[in-house]
Design a protein. Structure first.
Length: 121
């Protein structure tokens, strides 16, 4: 399963980065977490924005992360696909391979939901 491999590798490598990283590295990781907390925008909207940015920047790891978070925050497939439409318009046809992989990963997450499996990071 792509999901399980992604989560395990992310967790393991984040631990390595944070154990060896500088104070600046740790501050950046903290800032990255902080901007997605509730504020004037709700968390689901922020995660959808993160999904758009990650798709435009063509970062498959980030796309997967934000898809997991979007699902956790209750985003519907329709909301996710609207966000991906924005990414496609902004990023152009070069994002299509990333869009394909995103849809495949989303299908895996939805199948896990149907089976009652926990989706977490």
């Amino acid at each position: 399963m792509e999901y399980k491999k992604f989560v395990e590798a992310r967790r393991e490598l984040n631990e390595k980065v944070l154990s060896r990283g500088t104070l600046n590295t740790k501050r950046f990781f903290n800032l990255d977490s902080a901007v997605y907390r509730p504020g004037k925008l709700d968390v689901k909207t922020k995660e959808l924005m993160g999904l758009v940015a990650s798709t435009v920047l063509r970062c498959d790891d980030c796309i997967r992360y934000h898809l997991v978070r979007c699902v956790q925050e209750g985003a519907s497939d329709e909301e996710i696909f609207e966000a991906l439409d924005i990414a496609l318009v902004v990023g152009g046809s070069i994002v299509i391979p990333h869009l394909r992989r995103a849809v495949g990963f989303l299908e895996e997450l939805r199948e896990m939901e149907k089976n009652g499996e926990t989706i977490s990071l």
